[in-house]
Design a protein around this ligand. Structure first.
Ligand code: FES
Ligand code: FES
Length: 150
């Protein structure tokens, strides 16, 4: 079957099998930023945005993206670069494996809830596992990305 969707602003027309997951479809067409972790909807590293909202690509059937808009790190590189700078400043980029998923969650939060509270930030981070930190550094970095210098 064929699935049509917008990926980072570019139309895609891709042959898929009915049971394919978006993570595999994106990797098959050369998207390198999306990471493969647990593949059981538990770690968040495979996060992409569908119509601006975070989704787990390891558990989203590729057929479900027909007519939808998918965004990966490559599509919002300037914003991700700003987030990465804050991660660096706050010591939130250690091994970095979790960062692309968390950065997309932070970008989605900025677009959907620019006046987010710390509780909103923690909600946005829920489902994103980080083996290296206690999450405080990510919360502080995202708070600064959202414009709060404290
Ligand atoms: S790889 Fe998708 S949630 Fe872990
Ligand atoms: S920085 Fe290593 S898993 Fe988060």
């Amino acid at each position: 079957m064929i699935v049509n969707f917008l990926l980072n602003g570019k139309p895609q027309k891709i042959e898929i099998a009915p049971g394919d997951f978006l993570l595999d479809t994106l990797k098959a067409i050369g998207v390198t930023s999306v990471r493969r972790g647990c593949e059981t909807s538990s770690c968040g590293v495979c996060t992409v945005l569908m119509n601006g909202a975070p989704v787990l690509s390891c558990s989203l059937l590729s057929a479900r993206v027909e007519g939808q808009t998918i965004t990966t790190v490559e599509g919002v590189a300037d914003e991700i670069s700003k987030i990465a700078d804050h991660f660096g400043d706050e010591g939130a980029d250690q091994c970095g494996f979790c960062n692309s998923g968390i950065a997309l969650a932070a970008f989605a939060l900025k677009t959907q809830k620019p006046n987010a509270t710390d509780e909103d930030i923690k909600d946005a981070l829920s489902g994103h596992l980080c083996r290296c930190s206690g999450y405080q550094s990510q919360v502080k970095a995202i708070r600064k990305y959202l414009g709060d210098p404290s």
